[in-house]
Write a protein that binds this ligand. Sequence first.
Ligand code: GDP
Length: 425
Amino acid sequence: MVNAVVGANWGDEGKGKITDMLAKEADIIVRFQGGANAGHTIVNDYGKFALHTLPSGVFYNHTTSIIGNGVALNIPVLFNEIKSITDRNVPIPKILVSDRAQIVMPYHILFDQYEEERLGGKSFGSTKSGIAPFYSDKYAKIGFQVNELFHEEALKEKIERVCEMKNILLEHLYHKPLIDPVELLETMHEYRDMVAPYVCDVSLYLDKAIKEGKNILLEGQLGTLKDPDHGIYPMVTSSSTLAAYGAIGAGIPPYEIKKIITVCKAYSSAVGAGAFVSEIFGEEADELRRRGGDGGEYGATTGRPRRMGWFDCVASKYGCRLQGTTDVAFTVLDVLGYLEEIPVCVGYEIDGEITTNFPVTGKLEMAKPVFEILPGWKEDIRGIHKYEDLPENCKKYIEFVEERIGYPITMVSNGPGREDIIYRK
Ligand code: GDP
C-alpha cells in the first residue's frame, strides 16, 4: 500500500514530524520532488535534526529511504546529511537513489544567486539552492541524470556542450567567472564516487515492493500553494508539490496511492515573497513566531524569520482539494494555547464580493481577509492523548476548521514529538 504525506499550505506544516511518526509502520519512504531548498525538522530519541534531502524515515532501522527520480539531487548535501546523522549515533540508514534522478550542478547554485542579484528588489526570495535553474535545465533537456555519471565519454562531451552555453550567459548577462569544463568533469567524478553505493532502478524496486504488499510512504516537500501549476505562481517552487506527482516522481502507478494525508498547520506561516491574505504583523506576529513550531518559526535551511498569519480556511480548503486529501493532519495546535481569542480567516473579499474559493494570483493580491473570532482555550494541551480530553474550545476550533475546509481531520498534533498525536476517527 502506498500513502502520501503532503502539505496543504505554503510548506512548514509539520510534514517531517507526521512522516517520522507514520514511518514506524512503513517499510519504504520516498522523496518524490523538490531538493535541498526546504527542510524538515524532526525531534526524536536521537535529538533534533534538520533534514533537507533525506526522507524523514532515516531514523528507523527497518525502513529504506529512497530519493526518487523527481528530486533535485544535490549529491554533496546528501552525502553530508548521511554523515551528520551517523555522526550522532543514528544507525547507518538504508538509502537508495534513483538512477534517473537528476543532479543539482554547482553552476545551478551559482545561477540561482546571480539571477536573484540581477533581479534585485524584484527577486523571488529564493533559498539559492539552485532549484529553479535545475528544473529549467531538466525540462530544457540539458540536465544530468545520475546514470550519466557512469558513462565517461558521453559525460565529458555533454559537459563541454553545456558549458559552452552556460558560459555565454556568465560572460554577457551576469559578468561572472566562467565554468572550466575540465574542473567540472573532476567534480562529477567526485559526485559519482559519492553516490555510487546508493544507485538503484527505483521504479523497478518499488514495483516489486508494491507486489509484495510493502508499506510505502511518499513524502512531499512544501505545500499546495507552492505548486508551479496550482500555487501562487510565480512565487512558487519549481517542482509539483502535489500528491499526484508522487506517482511520477517515484515511478509508480497513480492508482496505487491509497491515502493522502494532507498536513495543515493550526495557524499560517510562509517564507519568500507572494500574496499571503491572512498575514499578521508587528507584535501580534512576533509573538506567534516566537511561540510557533518547536523553538520559533524560522527557516530550517536559511534561519529566516517566517511570515506569520492566522489560519486560512480558503487557502486550506483549496490546498486540501488539490492534494486529493483523504485525511487531514492538523498540526502545531498546542502553540495557540496562549491566546484569549483566535481569529480565523473564513473568506476573501475581492472587489466588494466575498468568496471562499481560492483565486488566481492577480485576484489574490487584491483579496482582503474576512475574519471570524473564536474563543481560545488558554491551556497547555501538550501531553493529551485522547480527543475527549481536549478543552471544549479547542475541540470547537478543530471542528470549525474541519467544517470550513470540508475534509476530515483524523489526526491532531499537539507537540513536536512522535507521541504528541491524537487520533480522531
Ligand atoms: P515541514 O517542512 O512541513 O516538515 O515543517 P517544518 O519541519 O519546517 O516545521 C514544523 C516545525 O514544527 C518543526 O520545528 C517541528 O518540530 C514542529 N512541530 C511539528 N508538529 C508540531 C506540533 O504539533 N506542535 C509543536 N509545538 N511543534 C510541532
